[in-house]
Design a protein around this ligand. Structure first.
Ligand SMILES: *[C@@H]1O[C@H](CO)[C@@H](O)[C@H](O)[C@H]1NC(C)=O
Ligand SMILES: *[C@@H]1O[C@H](CO)[C@@H](O)[C@H](O)[C@H]1NC(C)=O
Ligand SMILES: *[C@@H]1O[C@H](CO)[C@@H](O)[C@H](O)[C@H]1NC(C)=O
Ligand SMILES: *[C@@H]1O[C@H](CO)[C@@H](O)[C@H](O)[C@H]1NC(C)=O
Ligand SMILES: *[C@@H]1O[C@H](CO)[C@@H](O)[C@H](O)[C@H]1NC(C)=O
Ligand SMILES: *[C@@H]1O[C@H](CO)[C@@H](O)[C@H](O)[C@H]1NC(C)=O
Ligand SMILES: *[C@@H]1O[C@H](CO)[C@@H](O)[C@H](O)[C@H]1NC(C)=O
Length: 365
């Protein structure tokens, strides 16, 4: 009776828990998916106090500057998929500012006063598909932009004072190659003077057609072209020092002729060393024996000069260290002598000169 009642109560409790959990989830989905804080005169982004799974945050038309306080607040919205920050007072986006919002697909920074973007401003936004930078104060874009925004599909650029010289034209050219859609068909240039007011998108091929090395772009842009030039410079210098210590070739270095033979030598040396190790492992014991034989003979040769019996002197020395040790040494020396008598000195080519002397000694024994 009591058992049945207990089980019934337990079941009741469990089912209540399940129902509660479900209803909470549904409530959350209904209420907290979108947080719309448009035109609230906010100076900072309010943190996600409830830790709810907000997927869309709209804080447009406020006075947000995107400082460190805002970044901390944003890091409490880790489930964000859309972030709308248009119409605020943002002037710059620091490096890795959104790096923890790894689910973000839409980011709008339109209608701010952004004049500088850190080359790593959008670091970590690997799934970002749409970026709105329209109506800001930008003259240039980081050349690195496309390597960070791997999934970018749509980019809004209109209404900025663009400097339509080679760095920007090359960056946008690479985006077009990656099939990024530029949000507007006409992006007017502000500089240089001869391109003022004309459509940026008409000039994209201007720099890339004089293709092999566009010197201007390589010198000025702080991003991809410069780094590649830089690495070329590095390639030339330390090849002699680095490859001698380090058999690996770094990934982006194309194996130049000077490097390939060094690499081959490295591999050959490695192979030889491995062979030597294997040989040592196999032949080790026999070499050890020979070494002992050799040393033993040398000792005896010395004996000849000093006219003394070494075996006995060694005995005397070791006896002081305790009886066990001396006993073991006695055994070992006996074995070595036995081996010597069997095959030792006729096989060893180095000892042939000393053979006669040794025979004399053995006879004396
Ligand atoms: C946010 O609220 C404003 C008015 O307060 C409204 O105009 C806008 O459409 C809303 N945005 C979203 C995404 O709900
Ligand atoms: C926290 O969630 C409750 C409802 O669960 C809501 O009434 C409240 O406004 C939320 N607080 C914030 C700061 O969003
Ligand atoms: C960020 O800006 C807000 C509003 O201007 C200010 O209250 C806050 O102290 C700033 N935070 C930092 C870290 O400067
Ligand atoms: C745009 O940036 C320039 C300097 O690059 C500055 O002089 C100008 O005031 C800025 N304009 C706005 C609207 O922020
Ligand atoms: C535009 O960019 C080029 C190349 O980076 C630079 O030489 C020039 O001074 C820039 N012009 C303006 C008005 O910023
Ligand atoms: C861009 O699109 C074209 C056709 O729409 C396609 O052939 C090309 O492979 C695409 N390039 C990339 C990098 O996706
Ligand atoms: C090996 O060389 C690469 C590039 O040449 C370098 O990044 C790496 O640190 C080197 N490793 C060692 C153990 O020296």
């Amino acid at each position: 009776m009591m058992d049945g009642l207990r089980q019934f109560l337990l079941l009741l409790g469990l089912s209540a828990l399940v129902v509660n959990g479900k209803s909470e989830e549904f409530e959350g989905k209904d209420e907290q998916l979108v947080r719309n804080l448009t035109d609230k005169l906010l100076q900072v982004i309010p943190p996600n106090a409830n830790n709810s799974k907000v997927f869309m945050l709209v804080t447009e038309g406020n006075r947000i500057t995107l400082n460190e306080t805002d970044q901390q607040a944003l890091n409490s919205y880790l489930t964000l998929v859309e972030l709308h920050l248009g119409g605020n007072l943002v002037t710059a986006v620091p490096a890795k500012y959104f790096s923890r919002l790894s689910h973000l697909r839409v980011l709008s920074l339109a209608r701010n006063s952004i004049s500088s973007l850190d080359p790593e401003a959008f670091y970590g936004l690997d799934v970002l598909e749409e970026l709105d930078l329209s109506s800001n104060n930008l003259t240039d874009l980081p050349g690195k932009l496309m390597t960070e925004l791997k999934s970018l599909k749509i980019l809004h650029l209109q209404n900025n004072p663009w400097n339509c010289s080679c760095p920007l034209l090359n960056t946008i050219g690479r985006m077009k190659e990656a099939n990024v859609t530029i949000g507007s068909p006409i992006i007017p240039c502000a500089s240089p003077a001869e391109q003022e007011g004309k459509n940026l998108l008409d000039f994209i091929n201007l720099c890339s057609t004089s293709s092999p090395v566009t010197l201007q772009s390589d010198l000025k842009s702080p991003s991809a072209p410069v780094t590649s030039k830089h690495s070329k410079g590095i390639n030339n210098k330390p090849t002699t020092t680095s490859t001698s210590q380090n058999c690996t070739i770094s990934k982006d270095q194309k194996p130049v002729l000077g490097n390939t033979w060094k690499f081959t030598v490295c591999v050959a040396v490695l192979a030889l060393a491995t062979c030597a190790l294997i040989l040592t492992a196999i032949k080790g014991p026999s070499w050890y024996k020979r070494f002992h034989n050799y040393r033993h003979r040398r000792l005896q040769k010395d004996d000849e000069e000093e006219e003394q019996d070494t075996v006995s002197t060694v005995f005397k020395e070791t006896r002081g260290c305790g009886s066990q040790q001396t006993f073991m040494f006695e055994k070992l020396s006996h074995r070595i002598e036995e081996e010597e008598e069997e095959d030792g000195y006729f096989e060893d080519p180095y000892i042939k000169g000393a053979e006669d002397a040794e025979e004399e000694i053995l006879e004396a024994h």
